[in-house]
Design a protein around this ligand. Structure first.
Ligand code: FAD
Length: 485
């Protein structure tokens, strides 16, 4: 096991892409699962806090330690097997998503989850139930996890296979590999009917594996997983369409969503400020563009009329076809993905340069409320004269509105606006976090979604698995809540 304790060595581990900063005594880097288990057992015996880190691309401070030790999964990074017949793969928690997807694609298989940032670890994407552009067609990471191997906060190992451990209504019994039993009471909460990464997954009669997916490093450490793969689609039709009005882009989105023939796997939106923000790097963005939509359509070999359907569809749309970009080869497809990635990345760069933490929404609402919600969010930010860019996974009615404060006064205002936008999302039956999770930065907004009793039920569940409260403390819950249990 590698142990780092010099300030210079551990500095890089103490923040994530949100620019949230923390501190810790040491960083432990186990090279095999046994080293991880013995470290956890020692920490549990000595009441030493542990935070788990993946590759630090999270946007909520969830991997950032606030004391105790940090455990990095970076050396648990082996692809154990890829089964091309059974279409599944077994990998360790610290495998890089991009590497894994490159390897599966070489075998003509696709692992669909695609958080825009692919420089992240598989274990973390499961811990945050990551999703991305392709979630419009394929759903989030949760849908692709067959099996999990988890080290619990007491050092016991739990192996969970999808479909094998089901709650009796709200009662869930778990048994570790060594035979230790845990009786959990699943919180009786109503989760939003949208993409959601806020708090624990809780339902009557749920599958135990779902509790650990999206638990943000608070219930256990994922050391190994079996993931579901699908056939790699033959070809992709893709374009970045520009619109001379925002309403035009919204009409286009609505038309695609109700269309029975064109069925894109990704449907992503950029507002005019996002386009202006990108213009320096992507000079071909037309000056007249007021909005853009990037889509990807898989071309099924059994139905080759889809291109014609799309061109017909585009002909009838109000997109600025002449100035839009169409992908003609693999290179173009990658360029469009880079274009989408660049907006998220450049916002983070701006925030870091100005020394603030990110103030960007991760809100989703049911489809029928989305336009109303979008207008609400933009209007209140514009009234306060704060610069912003709006973009996101609009196929899933999921908005990233990122404010770009330039001084302390604007930052304080932006935080207040952020709260109002989250409140409105919840009022419309949505979520304050559709994909990034709650971590340490979004706990106050989490309280908009669930009342104190509901949050207490979730905290109680955590305490049953982690009685000494050593793992991922500060994520999802304010520490004070544990004093009430
Ligand atoms: C430019 C940019 C764009 C992004 N776009 C998206 C997007 O479209 N969709 C999306 O979902 N996310 C997105 N993200 C957020 C981020 O990439 C994901 O949340 C990703 O899953 C984090 O992976 P990581 O390895 O960097 O995890 P970290 O940030 O290191 O950790 C994230 C969480 O996972 C926990 N964790 C890590 N490993 C384990 C483990 N083995 N067991 C248990 N818990 C563990 C940590 O404790 C922490 O709570 C984006 C980030 C950036 C910077």
């Amino acid at each position: 096991m590698i142990i780092k304790e010099n300030t210079d060595e551990i500095e890089n581990y103490l923040s994530d892409a949100s620019n949230y900063k923390g501190f810790c005594d040491k960083v432990f880097i186990p090279e095999i699962e046994d080293e991880l288990i013995s470290t956890i057992k020692e920490c549990n015996n000595s009441n030493t806090r542990i935070t788990i880190t993946g590759n630090g691309t999270g946007l909520t401070g969830a991997k950032v330690p606030e004391g105790g030790i940090l455990i990095s999964t970076e050396k648990l990074n082996k692809i154990i097997s890829i089964d091309t017949v059974g279409k599944k793969a077994v990998v360790q928690g610290g495998v890089l998503l991009q590497y894994f997807q490159d390897e599966t694609e070489k075998l003509n298989l696709l692992y669909p989850p695609d958080p825009t940032e692919r420089n992240c670890f598989i274990g973390s994407t499961i811990a945050t139930n990551s999703s991305g552009a392709r979630t419009y067609k394929y759903g989030p990471t949760r849908n692709y996890v067959n099996r999990l191997r988890i080290v619990l906060p007491d050092g016991e190992v739990l192996s969970l296979k999808h479909g094998e451990c089901i709650a009796d209504e709200y009662e869930l019994s778990l048994t570790s590999e060594s035979g230790k039993s845990y009786s959990l009471k699943i919180p009786e909460i109503k989760m939003p009917a949208t993409k959601n990464a806020a708090g624990y997954y809780c339902r009557s009669g749920m599958d135990a594996i779902d509790l650990f997916i999206g638990s943000e490093g608070t219930l256990g450490i994922i050391t190994e997983t079996e993931l579901k793969l699908i056939d790699l689609p033959g070809e992709i039709l893709s374009a970045v369409l520009f619109f001379n009005s925002e309403d035009g882009a919204f009409s286009f989105l609505s038309a695609v969503k109700i269309n029975k023939t064109v069925q894109p796997r990704s449907l992503e939106f950029f507002d005019k400020f996002a386009l202006q923000f990108l213009k320096k790097s992507f000079t071909k963005i037309p000056d007249s563009a007021q909005a853009a939509i990037w889509f990807e359509q898989e071309i099924d070999k059994s139905f080759n009329g889809i291109e014609a359907e799309w061109f017909n569809f585009l002909d009838q749309s109000n997109a600025d076809i002449e100035n839009s970009w169409f992908a003609f080869d693999e290179k173009n497809l990658e360029e469009f993905k880079d274009f989408r990635h660049a907006i998220s990345w450049k916002v983070n760069e701006f925030i870091t340069q100005h020394g603030f933490r990110k103030v960007g929404t991760d809100t989703a609402v049911p489809d029928n409320h989305f336009h109303e919600f979008y207008s609400f969010a933009k209007n209140i930010v514009e009234k306060e004269n704060i610069n912003y860019v709006a973009y996101g996974h609009f196929g899933n009615s999921h908005l990233h509105l990122n404010m770009l404060p330039e001084n302390d006064e604007q930052f304080i205002k932006a935080k207040a606006l952020y709260y109002e936008i989250c409140k409105e999302a919840v009022r419309l039956d949505g979520t304050v976090s559709a994909e990034h999770g709650i971590g340490k930065m979004k706990r106050e907004y989490f309280k908009l979604m669930y009342n104190q009793d509901e949050i207490l039920q979730m905290a109680q569940l955590k305490k049953t698995l982690d009685p000494n409260l050593i793992l991922g403390i500060g994520n999802i819950f304010d520490e004070n809540i544990f004093k009430m249990i």
